[in-house]
Design a protein around this ligand. Structure first.
Ligand SMILES: [Zn+2]
Length: 459
């Protein structure tokens, strides 16, 4: 099947906009043509994009869609509907917040069977392992099996709130790093020092504090750079590819910048909430804004932005993790609230607003930090993450001049809440295409429907 997408505006590498028509054959980009230069030959299906800005479809490298196992929080249908509506064409789901966790080939297949019929956009999986598998030696057999099935890498925690997915201690982490190097796998680490965060948290709980900042003070700032230092040292020692997830601190940015300068194969992501929210928002919003790691300070926002602009921070993910609302998310005692916030539907417009409209980033770089860079790091490139001949026709079509206001009620989420309620943004996703098929239209809603999204094997 041939399609011609007419009157698209795409960003050139210098950020300037070019008006093009995009010829797509069987869901793959075949050719870029000057806009409006051709009559549509017979047999080609034409879609006029009326000058919408077309960005490579967003790749969110870090989401928790909770399926199967915790589907009262989110499921793959509601998760990928939000992705589609947010201009995201590929999501990468974490191994830890579904049951069973994706730590064996059998568990991988159980998850794939459960979620594939619900997917509105394409998806990939992170794999995982457990302290038990490492201590027994089974991980040396299990990791290559997961790699063969196409996981993007292995996720590990230095601290974990999940009984079904415990943390690794430093000895176990070294063993994982050795194996990941041997099998050429990426390791993503949630980096907060267990002992530091636990010590201060218990101390503050004993003092009787239950306010939002008690949680922030307990999961102390220094826990993140301490754990990142350990991870980077192990990566250097063992020659392992590592990725720091949801980096939240200014000190973390400095450490990653230094590590890259030393030639360590390390990358880092941050999230919209670490770029745009801080202590004052946590005080104002309370438990709704509880996440792990906690929101930090205005200074950290600024250093993270600087890191994103200079390439130290490679890309932006959401760490989308919804709690049951209001049951798990609205309460006075901060310790009892679920830690996590949704975000997959808002990532592209929030970052477009702040990075481009406010801070002057060009629209090509926007595509890199929201699509190209995660696709490259996670082995999905060049099939995903770029507008190029031979790549999948995954498009986020955006009206750059549309002003709108964020309302949780408008999200396609199972649990409708957001710490960005009431934010005024310029730039709205109007249509989203995955492999040439329209998966979202701001009027017709979800034309391709559930089950259209397919598993993308990392290479
Ligand atoms: Zn996460």
């Amino acid at each position: 099947m041939q399609q011609l997408f007419q009157n698209a505006q795409i960003a050139g590498p210098d950020g300037s906009l070019l008006a093009v028509d995009i010829l797509v054959t069987d869901g793959i980009i075949e050719k870029f043509l000057p806009a409006g230069g051709q009559r549509t030959p017979q047999g080609i299906i034409a879609s006029d994009l009326h000058g919408l800005f077309v960005m490579p479809g967003g790749v969110d490298g870090h989401v928790h869609f909770d399926d199967p196992g915790f589907t009262e929080r989110e499921d793959f249908a509601t998760g990928t509907m939000q992705a589609a509506a947010g201009g995201v064409t590929t999501i990468v789901d974490m191994p830890c917040t579904s049951l069973p966790p994706v730590t064996t080939a059998d568990n991988f297949r159980i998850k794939l069977r459960a979620v594939a019929p619900k997917a509105y956009v394409d998806f990939a999986f992170w794999g995982g392992t457990t302290p038990t598998f490492i201590d027994s030696g089974a991980y040396r057999r299990l990791l290559p099996e997961l790699k063969e099935l196409g996981v993007v890498g292995i996720k590990a925690y230095t601290i974990s709130g999940m009984q079904t997915y415990p943390r690794l201690d430093t000895r176990q982490m070294v063993m994982l790093f050795e194996a990941a190097r041997d099998f050429n796998m990426l390791v993503a680490v949630h980096a907060e020092d267990y002992f530091l965060a636990t010590y201060y948290t218990e101390k503050i709980i004993r003092e009787g504090r239950t306010d939002p900042l008690a949680y922030k003070d307990g999961r102390t700032y220094d826990a993140e750079p301490l754990a990142i230092s350990t991870v980077l040292a192990l990566a250097r020692r063992e020659q392992t590819r590592v990725h720091i997830v949801h980096m939240s601190t200014s000190a973390g940015v400095d450490l990653v910048r230094q590590a890259k300068g030393q030639g360590i194969d390390a990358t880092a992501e941050t999230c919209p909430h670490y770029l745009l929210l801080n202590r004052e928002d946590f005080v104002r919003l309370g438990s709704v804004a509880k996440c792990t790691p906690p929101l930090r300070d205005r200074y950290d926002n600024e250093v993270l932005w600087a890191g994103l602009l200079d390439g130290t921070v490679d890309y932006v993910t959401t760490d989308h993790a919804a709690g049951i609302y209001p049951l798990e998310k609205v309460m006075d005692n901060i310790w009892k609230a679920y830690a996590g916030m949704p975000g997959v539907q808002l990532r592209v417009p929030l970052i477009l607003q702040e990075a481009c409209n406010v801070r002057g980033m060009n629209l090509y770089r926007l595509g890199e930090i929201l699509s190209t860079n995660p696709a490259k790091r996670l082995g999905l490139f060049p099939r995903k993450g770029i507008l190029a001949v031979g790549s999948d026709a995954d498009f986020a079509c955006i009206d750059l001049n549309a002003d709108w206001t964020v309302h949780a009620q408008d999200l396609f989420a199972k649990n409708k809440y957001t710490p960005f309620e009431g934010w005024k943004l310029r730039g709205a996703v109007r249509q989203t295409y995955v492999r040439g098929a329209k998966v979202y239209d701001s009027s017709a809603v979800f034309p391709a429907g559930p089950g259209y999204g397919t598993f993308i094997k990392a290479g």
